[in-house]
Design a protein around this ligand. Structure first.
Ligand SMILES: [Zn+2]
Length: 265
């Protein structure tokens, strides 16, 4: 048993030792050629946007999936594509510092990026999406089209939604856009992005509406459930949340990839 474990350990070490750099922004072309696809055929593409998030940074939807990619790239044996940090901002467009890319421009740009990843040898393209609204549907449809047309596999993960059970487990309640969950994830990544002295309480939040819509939405903190998900800035819980969300997402990628392998070897 010990011998088997030792062999597995050495084999794992060999695979990972030969990947000098996982960020595509930082690796050079010679190293890339040595690594992709022979040692690494999976890539993580973080996608987000710039929009207000209560008392955390406008780029929180970029900060979160970028940190996630860095945290799980080793465990999932993946490269990390540069973050696509402009996106389709929806009802929060009216706030300061916000950008909105039209679907007309976003869709073909994302398609070219996914096709470029396929062309560069990646078989498994994982989009770690940090921003919801209309962006999710566009990413899902483009990813599906590219998978079929280019013979690659694509997975789109909306982390806050997929990890909603972790939100309930760690905080004992539901979260929200820029709620306790998202604020905590960013706090675990970089506490200096959280300006808790600016948080004035419930007046900065609005629960997700039924029966009405408003543009701009009256609060940049929008709670999934009335009375739940107010940011509480607990660093210990933030660190626990970060770890558990990342673990759940890494496990999803590993599980889906194993099942993909069984489809076409
Ligand atoms: Zn967000």
């Amino acid at each position: 048993m010990l011998k088997i474990l030792a062999v597995i350990f050495v084999a794992t070490l060999t695979v990972f030792a030969q990947v000098p750099e996982r960020e595509m922004d930082r690796i050079n072309w010679m190293e890339f050629k040595e690594v992709v696809p022979s040692k690494v055929d999976t890539v993580l593409l973080p996608t987000g946007t710039l929009e207000p998030h209560g008392v955390i940074n406008n780029g929180a939807d970029n900060t979160a999936p970028t940190a996630m990619a860095k945290a799980i790239a080793g465990k999932t044996n993946a490269m990390i594509a540069p973050t696509l940090n402009y996106g389709i901002t929806g009802s929060l467009e009216g706030y300061p510092g916000v950008f909105r890319i039209s679907e007309k421009a976003y869709r073909p740009f994302v398609r070219d990026i996914l096709e470029g990843l396929a062309k560069n040898g990646f078989k498994n393209i994982i989009i770690l999406n940090g921003h919801g609204g209309g962006q999710t549907a566009v990413l899902q449809s483009v990813a599906s089209e590219v998978a079929i047309e280019k013979g690659v596999r694509t997975l789109v993960v909306n982390w806050w939604s997929f990890a909603s059970d972790v939100t309930k487990e760690v905080f004992g309640e539901d979260g929200g856009h820029a709620g306790w969950n998202e604020t905590a994830y960013v706090q675990a990544t970089d506490p200096s992005l959280v300006k808790k002295e600016r948080y004035t309480g419930k007046d900065m939040t609005t629960a997700n509406p039924t029966g009405w819509t408003a543009t701009p939405f009256p609060s940049s903190i929008s709670l999934y459930k009335e009375g739940e998900g107010y940011p509480k800035f607990d660093q210990t819980k933030a660190d626990e949340y970060f770890r558990k969300v990342n673990e759940k997402i890494a496990n999803l990628i590993i599980e889906v990839r194993e099942k993909w392998e069984k489809i076409d070897g």
